[in-house]
Design a protein around this ligand. Structure first.
Ligand code: AHR
Length: 646
C-alpha cells in the first residue's frame, strides 16, 4: 500500500466520526413582489368533521357518560359501559326496559331493581365513560338524568366520581327521592383540590333501599368551552381555534350518507331538547347520541368564525342504494330546503321559528351548500339528475347560495366542485410521495371551470395520528393549493379527530388525537397551523429552480401589513441552500422571523404520551434582503416571515 495513503487511512480510523451534512445543490427561488398574480381565497383553509373515530361523542362534544340513552341495541342488550354495583350484602339487577321511557324519541330506559340494600350495602350502577371519565381537581361537573320510581321508599340517589384503580371518591352528591312520573334531575359534582387528574374515573349511581327505578339520558359535563351548555371540550376547541379555519365542511362524509338510506344524517332528528333526540347508527359501527346536532354544529361554526359548508343528504347511501330523481327524491329536496331555512330563515318562517325556539333567534351565516358526498361511487349514475334537482330548487329560493357538486356533473354547472383523486376514485387520501408528485395539479387547471373545493385530503402515513413524513406531504400539497388559490377556493383536511384509546379508531391517520383527559396535535396539525396563520391575501409569482425534486415553495403576502410569507418544504434528507431573489420590492427589512417544523426522520411523531416531540420552533434573524441565501434544514417545513415596509 502507498505509505502516505496508509497513514491517511490510519488517521481516518483513529479520528472520531464526524457526520458532516451533505448539502444539496443550491436552488434559486425568484419572487416577483411587484404585482400579485391573484388574491388568496379568503376561505382557503378549512376543516372537515363528522362522527367517526368517536370524534364527537367521546371527544369534541364534551358529554362524559357513554351510551347515556338506551336506544343503542336493537336486541335491548345493556350497553357495555353500564355495570351493576352490589356493595356488601346488597342484591340488585339492571337491564334495558324497552317499553318505558320519557319521550317518543327515548322509549327505552335502564331499569334498576334492588331487592336488598341498606346504608352500608348500597346498590346501583356505574358508567365507565368513554374509555374512562377524565376528572381534574378543583373542577365542577354538571350532571342530569331522567328518572322515575314506583317505590316511594327507594330514597335518595347518591352520585359519586370514583377513581377506578384506587377506589378513591373524588366528588359526591345526592339527588332526593325520585317521583313516580318521569322528571329530569340535575346535580353538580365538585372535586377537591388534591385529587389526582386522571382519565380513569367512573361515575356511580347508588341507592340505599330496595325498590325499582328507571333512568335515561344520564349526562355529565365538565366545564365546556366558554361555559356553553351542551358544549364542547375546551382543549379540542383551543386546538381548532389555533388552526384559524375559515370554514367547516359538515356533517360528512360518510356520516352524512349513512350505511343505509334510513341511516343518513336526518337533521330534524338532531335538533331540540336532548330528550327528543333518538340518536342514530353511524356508518362506523357505533351509535351517535346526536347531542352534537345541527344547531350545535352551527354554533361551533359561529364560535370559531367558520363559514358553514353545509352538506345536505342527496339520496345516496354507502351501501350504494339511491333514491331516484323526480318525485321519489322530492321529500329529500324539501328536507334540504327546510334545513337551509332552519339555518338562515327569519323567525317568521317555520324552521327559522324552530331555530329560535332552540335558542338561536338570529339566522346563521351560510354561503355554501354541498349536495351529497363522494357521489362518484354511485353505480346508478343518477347523481347528475339528483344534483340538478337539488340545484334548481335551492337556487330558486336562495340564488345567493354557492352550490357544490360532490362529483362531476354535466347537465348543470355547479358553482364549485368537490374535486377527487380521479385515479383512486375518492377524496385525496394519499401517501406523501403521491402528493409530492401532484403538487402542480392545479397549475394548469382551466380557470374558466367551476371553482374547486378539496373537500377531504390528508397524507395518510402514521397511526393513529399522522407522522412527520405525512406533514411533509401535506405541506408540499398546501404549497400547490396556495399558489392556485384563485381557483382552489376551499380545502379541508380530514379526518380531524381520533380517540386514541384501544378500539376507538375506525380511520387511521388523523390530525388530532385525544383520550378522556388530554389531546395533542400531530406534526400535520402543526404544519396546518403554520400555513393557515401565515397566509396573507395575495399570491406572489415565484419560480423555483432546483435539482432537488423534494423542495416545494409558495409565496404570499399581506397587502395591508406588507408582510411577505415564503413557505419552503424540504422533504429530503439533506439541508437545502436556497438563493432567494425578491424582485420588485422597494425594500426588504433585514429582520425575519423563521418558523420551523422539522423531524429527525419521517417516522418521527407525536402521541398522547409524547405530545410535543414535534412542534414548531420560532427563531429571529436579520438576514433578510432583496437577495440572500437561506438554508432549509433537512426534513423541514419553514415559513420565512419578512417585512417589506420601510
Ligand atoms: O374521512 C373519512 C371518510 O373518507 C369520509 O367519511 C368519506 O367521505 C371518505 O371516503
Amino acid at each position: 500500500m502507498h505509505r502516505a495513503l496508509s497513514a491517511l487511512a490510519l488517521l481516518a480510523a483513529t479520528l472520531p466520526v464526524l457526520a458532516l451534512p451533505v448539502f444539496a445543490q443550491t436552488a434559486t427561488l425568484t419572487i416577483d413582489a411587484s404585482h400579485p398574480t391573484a388574491n388568496v381565497s379568503p376561505t382557503l383553509y378549512g376543516i372537515m368533521s363528522e362522527e367517526t373515530n368517536h370524534a364527537w361523542d367521546s371527544g369534541l362534544y364534551a358529554e362524559l357518560i357513554n351510551s347515556r340513552v338506551f336506544q343503542d341495541n336493537r336486541r335491548h342488550r345493556l350497553p357495555s359501559s353500564w355495570i351493576l354495583i352490589e356493595h356488601g350484602s346488597s342484591e340488585a339487577a339492571i337491564a334495558v326496559d324497552p317499553a318505558i321511557g320519557p319521550s317518543a324519541a327515548l322509549p327505552a330506559s335502564l331499569k334498576l331493581d334492588v331487592t336488598s340494600a341498606d346504608a352500608h350495602s348500597t346498590a346501583g350502577f356505574f358508567n365507565t365513560g368513554y374509555w374512562g371519565i377524565g376528572v381534574r381537581p378543583s373542577t365542577t361537573y354538571r350532571g342530569s338524568f331522567y328518572a322515575k320510581s314506583d317505590t316511594p321508599t327507594l330514597g335518595a340517589v347518591t352520585i359519586r366520581l370514583v377513581q377506578n384503580q384506587t377506589g378513591a371518591v373524588a366528588a359526591t352528591t345526592t339527588v332526593p327521592a325520585l317521583d313516580a312520573a318521569w322528571k329530569q334531575y340535575t346535580f353538580t359534582l365538585k372535586t377537591g383540590a388534591t385529587i389526582p387528574a386522571s382519565a380513569n374515573y367512573r361515575i356511580e349511581f347508588l341507592v340505599a333501599h330496595p325498590g325499582s327505578a328507571w333512568f335515561t339520558l344520564l349526562s355529565l359535563f365538565p366545564p365546556t368551552w366558554h361555559d356553553q351548555l351542551n358544549g364542547f371540550r375546551p382543549d379540542l376547541m383551543d386546538k381548532l381555534a389555533a388552526l384559524h379555519p375559515k370554514f367547516l365542511r359538515f356533517p360528512g362524509g360518510n356520516y352524512l350518507e349513512g350505511q343505509h338510506l334510513n341511516e343518513h344524517f336526518d337533521w330534524k332528528q338532531t335538533i331540540g331538547p336532548l330528550v327528543d333526540r333518538p340518536g342514530h347508527q353511524v356508518p362506523r359501527m357505533y351509535r351517535s347520541t346526536d347531542g352534537m346536532g345541527l344547531l350545535e354544529m352551527l354554533t361551533w361554526c359561529e364560535d370559531l368564525h367558520m363559514e358553514p359548508l353545509l352538506a345536505v343528504f342527496s339520496g345516496y347511501a354507502l351501501d350504494r342504494t339511491h333514491i331516484n330523481p323526480g318525485s321519489d327524491l322530492e321529500p329529500y329536496v324539501q328536507d334540504a330546503l327546510d334545513e337551509i331555512e332552519y339555518v338562515i330563515g327569519s323567525t317568521s318562517t317555520k324552521w327559522g321559528a324552530e331555530r329560535a325556539r332552540d335558542g338561536h333567534p338570529a339566522p346563521f351565516r351560510l354561503h355554501y351548500v354541498e349536495i351529497g358526498n363522494e357521489e362518484y361511487h354511485d353505480p346508478s349514475g343518477t347523481y347528475d339528475a339528483r344534483f340538478a334537482q337539488f340545484y334548481k330548487a335551492i337556487k330558486q329560493d336562495h340564488p345567493q347560495l354557492q352550490i357544490v357538486a360532490a362529483a362531476p356533473v354535466t347537465s348543470t354547472r355547479p358553482d364549485i366542485i368537490d374535486d377527487n383523486d380521479h385515479e383512486a376514485h375518492r377524496h385525496f387520501y394519499r401517501t406523501a410521495d403521491q402528493f409530492f408528485n401532484d403538487v402542480h395539479r392545479y397549475d394548469t387547471y382551466d380557470r374558466t371551470g367551476p371553482k374547486i373545493l378539496v373537500g377531504e385530503w390528508a397524507t395518510r402515513e402514521g397511526t393513529p395520528t399522522t407522522n412527520f413524513g405525512a406533514a411533509l406531504g401535506d405541506a408540499a400539497w398546501m404549497t400547490g393549493l396556495e399558489r392556485n388559490s384563485d381557483i382552489v377556493v376551499m380545502a379541508s383536511y380530514a379526518p380531524l379527530f381520533v380517540n386514541v384509546s384501544p378500539f376507538a379508531m375506525q380511520w387511521e391517520g388523523d390530525l388530532i388525537g385525544f383520550d378522556a383527559l388530554t389531546s395533542y396535535g400531530s406534526p400535520s396539525y402543526h404544519a396546518q397551523v403554520m400555513f393557515s396563520t401565515h397566509l396573507g391575501d395575495q399570491i406572489l409569482g415565484s419560480t423555483l429552480d432546483a435539482a432537488n425534486p423534494r423542495l416545494f415553495e409558495s409565496v404570499t403576502s399581506d397587502a395591508k401589513t406588507g408582510r411577505l410569507y415564503v413557505k419552503l418544504v424540504n422533504a429530503s434528507s439533506s439541508p437545502q441552500p436556497v438563493d432567494i431573489k425578491i424582485q420588485g420590492a422597494a425594500h426588504i427589512r433585514p429582520a425575519m422571523t423563521i418558523t420551523t417544523l422539522s423531524g429527525a426522520t419521517t417516522k418521527a411523531t407525536n402521541s398522547i404520551t409524547e405530545p410535543k416531540r414535534i412542534v414548531t420552533i420560532v427563531t429571529h434573524t436579520t438576514t433578510a434582503a432583496a437577495t440572500f441565501r437561506h438554508i432549509v434544514p433537512a426534513y423541514s417545513i419553514q415559513v420565512l416571515d419578512m417585512d417589506r415596509t420601510r
